[in-house]
Design a protein around this ligand. Structure first.
Ligand code: AMP
Length: 355
Protein backbone atom coordinates (compact mmCIF):
# COMPACT_ATOMS: atom_id res chain seq x y z
CA UNK A 1 0.00 0.00 0.00
CA UNK A 2 1.27 3.49 -0.89
CA UNK A 3 2.51 5.78 1.91
CA UNK A 4 -0.33 8.22 1.46
CA UNK A 5 -3.02 5.61 2.06
CA UNK A 6 -5.47 6.03 4.91
CA UNK A 7 -5.44 3.40 7.61
CA UNK A 8 -8.63 1.77 8.93
CA UNK A 9 -10.12 4.05 11.58
CA UNK A 10 -9.50 7.16 9.47
CA UNK A 11 -12.44 9.47 8.80
CA UNK A 12 -13.71 10.20 5.29
CA UNK A 13 -15.76 13.38 4.94
CA UNK A 14 -18.57 13.24 2.38
CA UNK A 15 -20.28 16.37 1.06
CA UNK A 16 -23.91 15.45 0.45
CA UNK A 17 -26.09 13.03 2.39
CA UNK A 18 -28.28 11.40 -0.25
CA UNK A 19 -28.48 7.74 -1.21
CA UNK A 20 -25.06 7.83 -2.85
CA UNK A 21 -23.53 9.06 0.42
CA UNK A 22 -25.45 6.34 2.24
CA UNK A 23 -24.03 3.57 0.06
CA UNK A 24 -20.53 5.11 0.18
CA UNK A 25 -20.72 5.09 3.99
CA UNK A 26 -21.64 1.41 4.04
CA UNK A 27 -18.71 0.57 1.73
CA UNK A 28 -16.35 2.70 3.83
CA UNK A 29 -17.49 1.03 7.04
CA UNK A 30 -16.76 -2.39 5.53
CA UNK A 31 -13.15 -1.27 5.02
CA UNK A 32 -12.91 -0.03 8.60
CA UNK A 33 -13.31 3.70 7.86
CA UNK A 34 -15.75 6.09 9.45
CA UNK A 35 -17.73 8.65 7.45
CA UNK A 36 -18.69 12.17 8.44
CA UNK A 37 -21.52 13.51 6.26
CA UNK A 38 -22.05 17.22 5.60
CA UNK A 39 -25.61 17.88 4.42
CA UNK A 40 -27.87 20.95 4.65
CA UNK A 41 -31.12 18.95 4.76
CA UNK A 42 -32.13 17.42 8.11
CA UNK A 43 -33.52 14.32 6.38
CA UNK A 44 -30.41 12.73 4.95
CA UNK A 45 -30.51 9.09 3.80
CA UNK A 46 -26.78 8.87 4.60
CA UNK A 47 -27.34 9.86 8.23
CA UNK A 48 -28.58 6.32 9.03
CA UNK A 49 -25.33 4.66 7.99
CA UNK A 50 -22.64 7.26 8.75
CA UNK A 51 -20.55 7.68 11.88
CA UNK A 52 -21.28 11.39 12.18
CA UNK A 53 -23.47 14.00 10.47
CA UNK A 54 -23.23 17.78 10.30
CA UNK A 55 -26.52 19.41 9.33
CA UNK A 56 -25.60 22.89 8.12
CA UNK A 57 -25.80 25.01 4.97
CA UNK A 58 -22.85 25.34 2.59
CA UNK A 59 -22.33 28.98 3.59
CA UNK A 60 -21.76 28.19 7.27
CA UNK A 61 -17.99 28.76 7.47
CA UNK A 62 -17.69 27.60 11.09
CA UNK A 63 -19.54 24.34 10.41
CA UNK A 64 -17.41 23.71 7.30
CA UNK A 65 -14.24 24.36 9.27
CA UNK A 66 -15.24 22.01 12.10
CA UNK A 67 -16.19 19.37 9.52
CA UNK A 68 -12.82 19.62 7.75
CA UNK A 69 -10.93 19.45 11.06
CA UNK A 70 -12.68 16.20 11.94
CA UNK A 71 -11.85 14.32 8.71
CA UNK A 72 -8.73 13.03 6.93
CA UNK A 73 -9.93 13.45 3.34
CA UNK A 74 -13.00 14.98 1.71
CA UNK A 75 -15.07 13.57 -1.13
CA UNK A 76 -18.56 14.32 -2.44
CA UNK A 77 -21.64 12.57 -3.73
CA UNK A 78 -23.11 15.42 -5.79
CA UNK A 79 -21.47 17.98 -8.01
CA UNK A 80 -23.23 21.26 -7.30
CA UNK A 81 -21.31 22.23 -4.19
CA UNK A 82 -20.90 26.03 -3.98
CA UNK A 83 -17.34 27.01 -4.86
CA UNK A 84 -16.91 29.26 -1.80
CA UNK A 85 -17.38 26.18 0.40
CA UNK A 86 -14.79 24.28 -1.64
CA UNK A 87 -12.35 27.23 -1.39
CA UNK A 88 -12.51 26.99 2.38
CA UNK A 89 -12.38 23.20 2.61
CA UNK A 90 -9.48 22.70 0.20
CA UNK A 91 -7.22 24.84 2.37
CA UNK A 92 -7.70 22.36 5.19
CA UNK A 93 -7.94 18.86 3.71
CA UNK A 94 -7.40 17.15 0.35
CA UNK A 95 -10.56 17.00 -1.77
CA UNK A 96 -10.80 13.93 -4.02
CA UNK A 97 -11.74 14.06 -6.86
CA UNK A 98 -10.11 17.50 -7.19
CA UNK A 99 -11.65 20.89 -7.85
CA UNK A 100 -11.15 21.08 -11.60
CA UNK A 101 -13.64 18.37 -12.48
CA UNK A 102 -16.32 20.16 -10.44
CA UNK A 103 -15.78 23.37 -12.39
CA UNK A 104 -16.12 21.32 -15.57
CA UNK A 105 -19.13 19.23 -14.66
CA UNK A 106 -21.09 22.08 -13.04
CA UNK A 107 -21.31 23.90 -16.37
CA UNK A 108 -22.37 22.26 -19.64
CA UNK A 109 -20.43 24.79 -21.78
CA UNK A 110 -17.16 24.16 -19.92
CA UNK A 111 -17.85 20.40 -19.92
CA UNK A 112 -18.46 20.16 -23.67
CA UNK A 113 -15.47 22.41 -24.45
CA UNK A 114 -13.26 20.22 -22.26
CA UNK A 115 -14.48 17.01 -23.92
CA UNK A 116 -14.02 18.41 -27.44
CA UNK A 117 -10.57 19.80 -26.50
CA UNK A 118 -9.35 16.33 -25.51
CA UNK A 119 -10.56 14.96 -28.83
CA UNK A 120 -13.89 13.44 -27.79
CA UNK A 121 -17.08 13.79 -29.80
CA UNK A 122 -20.28 15.26 -28.33
CA UNK A 123 -23.62 16.20 -29.88
CA UNK A 124 -23.24 19.45 -31.88
CA UNK A 125 -23.82 22.33 -29.46
CA UNK A 126 -23.85 26.11 -29.15
CA UNK A 127 -23.99 28.47 -26.19
CA UNK A 128 -27.25 30.44 -25.82
CA UNK A 129 -27.55 33.61 -23.76
CA UNK A 130 -30.52 35.39 -25.39
CA UNK A 131 -33.08 35.24 -28.21
CA UNK A 132 -30.56 36.32 -30.87
CA UNK A 133 -27.97 33.68 -29.92
CA UNK A 134 -30.74 31.04 -29.78
CA UNK A 135 -31.87 31.97 -33.31
CA UNK A 136 -28.34 31.63 -34.64
CA UNK A 137 -27.82 28.38 -32.70
CA UNK A 138 -31.03 26.93 -34.23
CA UNK A 139 -29.87 28.05 -37.69
CA UNK A 140 -26.46 26.42 -37.15
CA UNK A 141 -27.55 23.15 -35.48
CA UNK A 142 -31.02 22.70 -36.98
CA UNK A 143 -34.01 20.94 -35.43
CA UNK A 144 -34.93 18.82 -33.59
CA UNK A 145 -32.70 20.09 -30.80
CA UNK A 146 -32.70 20.32 -27.01
CA UNK A 147 -32.17 23.48 -25.02
CA UNK A 148 -30.59 22.76 -21.62
CA UNK A 149 -29.67 25.10 -18.78
CA UNK A 150 -25.90 25.38 -18.50
CA UNK A 151 -25.91 24.81 -14.75
CA UNK A 152 -27.94 22.87 -12.16
CA UNK A 153 -29.76 20.53 -14.57
CA UNK A 154 -30.20 16.87 -13.64
CA UNK A 155 -32.55 13.97 -14.39
CA UNK A 156 -33.86 15.81 -17.46
CA UNK A 157 -34.75 18.95 -15.46
CA UNK A 158 -34.05 22.35 -17.03
CA UNK A 159 -34.51 21.01 -20.57
CA UNK A 160 -36.85 21.94 -23.42
CA UNK A 161 -37.24 20.26 -26.81
CA UNK A 162 -37.19 22.41 -29.93
CA UNK A 163 -38.91 20.53 -32.75
CA UNK A 164 -39.12 23.53 -35.10
CA UNK A 165 -37.97 27.16 -35.06
CA UNK A 166 -41.41 28.11 -33.64
CA UNK A 167 -40.55 26.33 -30.38
CA UNK A 168 -37.48 28.50 -29.80
CA UNK A 169 -39.19 31.42 -27.98
CA UNK A 170 -41.18 29.26 -25.49
CA UNK A 171 -38.10 27.09 -24.86
CA UNK A 172 -36.09 30.18 -23.98
CA UNK A 173 -38.87 31.35 -21.64
CA UNK A 174 -38.73 27.94 -19.91
CA UNK A 175 -35.04 28.58 -19.12
CA UNK A 176 -36.20 31.54 -16.96
CA UNK A 177 -33.25 33.72 -17.91
CA UNK A 178 -30.62 31.06 -17.15
CA UNK A 179 -27.72 30.59 -19.58
CA UNK A 180 -28.27 27.59 -21.80
CA UNK A 181 -26.79 25.27 -24.38
CA UNK A 182 -28.54 24.17 -27.56
CA UNK A 183 -27.74 20.57 -28.43
CA UNK A 184 -28.53 18.81 -31.67
CA UNK A 185 -30.91 15.89 -31.07
CA UNK A 186 -28.95 12.65 -31.26
CA UNK A 187 -30.66 9.75 -32.95
CA UNK A 188 -28.99 7.18 -30.73
CA UNK A 189 -29.54 3.43 -30.91
CA UNK A 190 -28.73 3.09 -27.20
CA UNK A 191 -27.53 4.98 -24.16
CA UNK A 192 -24.68 3.41 -22.25
CA UNK A 193 -22.47 4.43 -19.38
CA UNK A 194 -19.04 3.51 -18.17
CA UNK A 195 -18.32 3.66 -14.46
CA UNK A 196 -14.61 4.32 -14.35
CA UNK A 197 -12.16 4.58 -11.48
CA UNK A 198 -8.68 6.04 -11.14
CA UNK A 199 -6.45 5.55 -8.13
CA UNK A 200 -4.11 8.05 -6.51
CA UNK A 201 -1.23 6.22 -8.25
CA UNK A 202 -2.82 6.68 -11.70
CA UNK A 203 -4.13 3.13 -12.04
CA UNK A 204 -7.36 3.07 -14.10
CA UNK A 205 -10.08 0.41 -13.91
CA UNK A 206 -13.43 0.53 -15.70
CA UNK A 207 -16.53 -1.51 -14.98
CA UNK A 208 -18.19 -3.19 -17.95
CA UNK A 209 -20.41 -0.67 -19.83
CA UNK A 210 -24.10 -0.80 -18.88
CA UNK A 211 -27.07 -0.05 -21.12
CA UNK A 212 -29.47 2.56 -19.75
CA UNK A 213 -33.17 3.11 -20.33
CA UNK A 214 -34.57 6.47 -19.20
CA UNK A 215 -38.22 7.31 -18.59
CA UNK A 216 -39.23 10.97 -18.36
CA UNK A 217 -35.55 11.93 -18.24
CA UNK A 218 -34.91 9.71 -15.18
CA UNK A 219 -32.90 6.49 -15.26
CA UNK A 220 -35.26 3.49 -15.22
CA UNK A 221 -33.02 0.46 -15.77
CA UNK A 222 -29.37 -0.35 -16.34
CA UNK A 223 -28.56 -3.73 -17.86
CA UNK A 224 -25.18 -5.42 -18.15
CA UNK A 225 -23.74 -6.49 -20.42
CA UNK A 226 -24.75 -3.70 -22.80
CA UNK A 227 -25.52 -4.94 -26.31
CA UNK A 228 -22.35 -3.58 -27.94
CA UNK A 229 -19.79 -4.78 -30.45
CA UNK A 230 -16.39 -5.57 -28.95
CA UNK A 231 -14.87 -2.55 -30.65
CA UNK A 232 -17.48 -0.15 -29.24
CA UNK A 233 -17.03 -1.69 -25.80
CA UNK A 234 -13.32 -0.98 -26.03
CA UNK A 235 -13.96 2.54 -27.37
CA UNK A 236 -16.25 3.28 -24.43
CA UNK A 237 -13.59 2.25 -21.94
CA UNK A 238 -10.84 4.16 -23.77
CA UNK A 239 -13.00 7.31 -23.77
CA UNK A 240 -13.57 7.06 -20.02
CA UNK A 241 -9.87 6.43 -19.36
CA UNK A 242 -8.89 9.43 -21.48
CA UNK A 243 -11.19 11.68 -19.44
CA UNK A 244 -9.82 10.41 -16.12
CA UNK A 245 -6.19 10.80 -17.19
CA UNK A 246 -6.75 14.28 -18.63
CA UNK A 247 -8.09 15.38 -15.23
CA UNK A 248 -5.51 13.52 -13.11
CA UNK A 249 -8.68 12.21 -11.49
CA UNK A 250 -8.87 10.27 -8.23
CA UNK A 251 -12.13 8.42 -7.54
CA UNK A 252 -15.08 7.00 -9.49
CA UNK A 253 -16.74 8.81 -12.39
CA UNK A 254 -19.86 8.07 -14.42
CA UNK A 255 -19.46 8.69 -18.16
CA UNK A 256 -22.72 8.69 -20.14
CA UNK A 257 -22.47 7.94 -23.85
CA UNK A 258 -24.81 7.83 -26.83
CA UNK A 259 -24.34 4.96 -29.29
CA UNK A 260 -24.78 6.25 -32.85
CA UNK A 261 -24.06 4.85 -36.33
CA UNK A 262 -20.95 7.10 -36.36
CA UNK A 263 -19.62 5.81 -33.05
CA UNK A 264 -19.89 7.02 -29.46
CA UNK A 265 -20.75 10.57 -28.36
CA UNK A 266 -20.20 11.72 -24.79
CA UNK A 267 -23.45 13.02 -23.27
CA UNK A 268 -22.17 14.01 -19.85
CA UNK A 269 -19.81 13.13 -17.05
CA UNK A 270 -20.60 12.87 -13.33
CA UNK A 271 -17.60 13.13 -10.99
CA UNK A 272 -18.99 10.67 -8.46
CA UNK A 273 -20.52 7.27 -8.05
CA UNK A 274 -23.48 7.02 -10.41
CA UNK A 275 -26.98 5.57 -10.46
CA UNK A 276 -26.10 3.57 -13.58
CA UNK A 277 -23.32 1.86 -11.58
CA UNK A 278 -25.56 0.39 -8.88
CA UNK A 279 -25.58 -2.97 -10.70
CA UNK A 280 -21.94 -3.43 -9.58
CA UNK A 281 -23.25 -4.22 -6.08
CA UNK A 282 -24.57 -7.53 -7.40
CA UNK A 283 -22.25 -8.10 -10.37
CA UNK A 284 -18.72 -7.53 -9.08
CA UNK A 285 -16.48 -8.48 -6.17
CA UNK A 286 -15.69 -4.80 -5.59
CA UNK A 287 -18.58 -2.44 -6.41
CA UNK A 288 -18.43 1.22 -7.45
CA UNK A 289 -18.85 2.43 -3.86
CA UNK A 290 -15.93 0.45 -2.49
CA UNK A 291 -13.89 1.37 -5.57
CA UNK A 292 -14.46 5.07 -4.87
CA UNK A 293 -13.56 4.72 -1.19
CA UNK A 294 -10.41 2.77 -2.11
CA UNK A 295 -9.34 5.50 -4.57
CA UNK A 296 -10.07 8.36 -2.18
CA UNK A 297 -8.25 6.54 0.63
CA UNK A 298 -5.19 5.98 -1.56
CA UNK A 299 -5.66 2.21 -1.61
CA UNK A 300 -5.08 0.09 -4.71
CA UNK A 301 -8.22 -0.28 -6.83
CA UNK A 302 -10.11 -3.54 -6.39
CA UNK A 303 -11.25 -6.24 -8.80
CA UNK A 304 -14.28 -4.84 -10.59
CA UNK A 305 -14.57 -7.53 -13.24
CA UNK A 306 -18.16 -8.58 -13.86
CA UNK A 307 -19.16 -12.14 -12.88
CA UNK A 308 -22.93 -11.95 -13.50
CA UNK A 309 -25.47 -10.45 -15.89
CA UNK A 310 -27.50 -7.91 -13.94
CA UNK A 311 -30.51 -5.66 -14.38
CA UNK A 312 -30.78 -2.67 -12.02
CA UNK A 313 -34.29 -1.23 -11.66
CA UNK A 314 -34.85 2.11 -9.93
CA UNK A 315 -37.77 2.27 -7.50
CA UNK A 316 -39.35 5.70 -7.97
CA UNK A 317 -42.16 7.01 -5.76
CA UNK A 318 -44.83 4.35 -5.23
CA UNK A 319 -42.70 1.66 -6.92
CA UNK A 320 -41.45 1.10 -3.40
CA UNK A 321 -44.81 -0.56 -2.62
CA UNK A 322 -43.65 -3.46 -4.82
CA UNK A 323 -40.85 -4.35 -2.40
CA UNK A 324 -42.72 -7.28 -0.74
CA UNK A 325 -42.99 -8.90 -4.19
CA UNK A 326 -39.30 -8.29 -4.92
CA UNK A 327 -38.41 -9.72 -1.52
CA UNK A 328 -39.94 -13.04 -2.58
CA UNK A 329 -38.00 -13.16 -5.87
CA UNK A 330 -34.87 -15.28 -6.20
CA UNK A 331 -31.57 -13.68 -7.28
CA UNK A 332 -32.87 -10.21 -6.38
CA UNK A 333 -31.03 -7.76 -4.16
CA UNK A 334 -33.04 -4.93 -2.55
CA UNK A 335 -31.57 -1.54 -1.67
CA UNK A 336 -33.81 1.00 0.09
CA UNK A 337 -32.68 4.52 0.90
CA UNK A 338 -34.70 5.09 4.10
CA UNK A 339 -36.68 8.05 2.68
CA UNK A 340 -39.89 8.73 4.58
CA UNK A 341 -42.09 10.14 1.84
CA UNK A 342 -42.59 8.46 -1.57
CA UNK A 343 -43.11 11.52 -3.78
CA UNK A 344 -43.68 10.86 -7.52
CA UNK A 345 -40.36 10.45 -9.34
CA UNK A 346 -38.37 10.37 -6.10
CA UNK A 347 -35.62 7.74 -5.97
CA UNK A 348 -36.68 5.52 -3.04
CA UNK A 349 -34.42 2.55 -3.73
CA UNK A 350 -33.39 0.10 -6.43
CA UNK A 351 -33.18 -3.62 -7.01
CA UNK A 352 -30.45 -5.62 -8.71
CA UNK A 353 -31.61 -8.81 -10.42
CA UNK A 354 -29.24 -11.46 -11.65
CA UNK A 355 -30.52 -12.29 -15.16
P1 AMP B 1 -29.06 14.83 -19.57
O1 AMP B 1 -29.64 15.46 -18.33
O2 AMP B 1 -28.33 15.79 -20.42
O3 AMP B 1 -28.28 13.58 -19.28
O4 AMP B 1 -30.32 14.32 -20.42
C1 AMP B 1 -31.24 13.36 -19.91
C2 AMP B 1 -31.70 12.40 -21.01
O5 AMP B 1 -32.30 13.14 -22.09
C3 AMP B 1 -30.55 11.63 -21.65
O6 AMP B 1 -30.19 10.51 -20.91
C4 AMP B 1 -31.17 11.29 -23.00
O7 AMP B 1 -32.09 10.22 -22.88
C5 AMP B 1 -31.95 12.54 -23.35
N1 AMP B 1 -31.07 13.46 -24.11
C6 AMP B 1 -30.26 14.39 -23.59
N2 AMP B 1 -29.57 15.05 -24.55
C7 AMP B 1 -29.96 14.51 -25.72
C8 AMP B 1 -29.61 14.76 -27.10
N3 AMP B 1 -28.73 15.73 -27.46
N4 AMP B 1 -30.21 13.99 -28.04
C9 AMP B 1 -31.11 13.04 -27.70
N5 AMP B 1 -31.49 12.77 -26.43
C10 AMP B 1 -30.93 13.48 -25.45
Amino acid sequence: MADMSLQPGAVIGILGGGQLGRMLSVAAARLGFRCHIYEPSPQAPAADTAHRVTTAPYDDALALQAFAESVDVITYEFENIPSAALDLLEQMRPIRPGRRVLEISQDRVIEKSFLNDIGLATAPWAKVTDAASLDSAVAQIGTPAILKTTRLGYDGKGQARIMSANDAAPALTAMAGAEAVLEGFVNFSAEISVIAARGADGQVACFDPGENIHENGILHTTTVPAKLSESLRTDAILIAARILNALDYVGVMGVELFVTPDGLLVNEIAPRVHNSGHWTQAGCTVDQFEQHIRAVAGWPLGDGSRYANVEMLNLLGDDVLRVPGFAAEPKTQIHLYGKAEAKPGRKMGHINRII
